[in-house]
Design a protein around this ligand. Structure first.
Ligand code: MN
Length: 271
C-alpha cells in the first residue's frame, strides 16, 4: 500500500510487548497520551508499527500492548488512517495457532510454548483474542512512501530479496513477513544467511527499512536499514522518522518494567 507524503511517519521496530517503552518512544517523539491511554498531538504525524508487537514479553504487558493498539487503532483512524500495522511473523504464527490452522504435533506444541506465548493468553481471553484478530486482519504486508522521484522508503517486517519487495504474490508476502530463520541456522552469520542484503544494497535514496533481526543497534548498509534494536532483550526500542526526504531516528532504553527475554543475536553486516 502506498502512503501519502502529506504526513510524516514514525516507524517503530519490533515492540514484543514493550508497552512502557512504546509509550515513552511516542512521548519522546512529541505525541501525548491521555489517562485513558489514547494518543493525541498528532498534527501531521502518522505511526507505523513494523510488526512483531506480541510474544516474548510477560502476559500482562502483552495484554496491555494489544489493548493499547486496539483502542488507538480506532481512535487515530477515525477520519484518515494515521496508525498502520505491518504484519510480523509472530502475528502470523499466533493467528495460525489461535485459529487452529496448525496441526498440533509434538514439535508444534513445543514451538508454541517456546516462541508464541501470546497464543495461550488469547485462548484464555476471548475479548482480547477478538481484538488481536481485528488488528491482524487490518495489518499490511508492506507499505511504501515516496517523495518526488528520488527518495522512497519501502517498509516490511523482515528483510527480503528485491524481487519480492512490495509485490503481491503469496511467496512475496511470505518473504516480506519472515526471512531465513536464525534459530534453525545457528552459527551462520547473517551476512551468509541473507547475502542479498549486501549484494542488492545500493548507494541511493530508495531505502528498505525492516525489523525482525534483533540487533544491538541500528544496522545500516547503503540503502538497507534494520531498526529492531532488541527492546525485549533489555536493549532499546527504535523508531525511524520519515519526513519529506529525510530519515532520523529516536531510541529509548528498556525500562526494566518486566524481565527481559534472553537470546544471543547474530549481527547483520560484518563491518
Ligand atoms: Mn520477526
Amino acid at each position: 500500500m502506498y502512503l501519502s507524503n502529506r504526513y510524516s511517519y514514525t516507524v517503530i521496530g519490533d515492540v514484543h510487548g514493550c508497552i512502557d517503552e512504546l509509550k515513552l518512544l511516542l512521548i519522546t517523539d512529541g505525541f501525548k497520551i491521555d489517562k485513558n491511554g489514547l494518543i493525541y498531538n498528532l498534527s501531521n504525524k502518522s505511526i507505523i508499527l513494523l510488526g512483531d508487537f506480541i510474544d516474548k514479553a510477560n502476559k500482562e504487558k502483552l495484554a496491555q500492548t494489544i489493548e493499547f493498539l486496539y483502542k488507538n487503532y480506532y481512535h487515530l483512524n477515525r477520519d484518515s488512517q494515521r496508525l498502520y500495522l505491518i504484519r510480523g511473523n509472530h502475528e502470523e504464527m499466533v493467528y495460525r495457532y489461535i485459529t487452529n490452522k496448525i496441526e498440533l504435533d509434538v514439535k508444534a506444541i513445543e514451538k508454541k510454548r517456546k516462541y508464541y506465548n501470546t497464543s495461550y493468553l488469547l485462548e484464555k481471553n476471548p475479548t482480547l483474542k477478538n481484538k488481536f484478530l481485528d488488528l491482524y486482519k487490518n495489518s499490511y504486508i508492506w507499505l511504501k512512501y515516496s517523495y518526488r522521484d528520488n527518495f522512497s522508503v519501502s517498509l516490511t517486517h523482515a528483510p527480503c530479496m528485491e524481487k519480492y519487495l512490495t509485490k503481491d504474490t503469496k511467496i512475496a508476502h511470505e518473504n516480506m513477513v519472515k526471512s531465513a530463520s536464525r534459530s534453525q541456522n545457528r552459527g551462520i552469520s547473517l551476512d551468509e544467511l541473507l547475502p542479498y542484503l549486501i549484494d542488492e544494497a545500493k548507494d541511493n535514496s530508495h531505502y528498505h527499512i525492516f525489523g525482525h533481526l534483533s540487533q544491538p543497534n541500528i544496522r545500516r548498509y547503503k540503502n538497507k536499514i534494520c531498526i529492531d534494536t532488541s527492546a525485549i532483550y533489555g536493549n532499546s526500542l527504535t523508531s525511524a522518522i520519515i519526513e519529506r526526504d529525510e530519515i532520523r531516528y529516536i531510541s529509548v532504553p528498556f525500562l526494566n518494567m518486566q524481565t527481559p527475554a534472553t537470546q544471543e543475536y547474530n549481527i547483520l553486516f560484518n563491518f
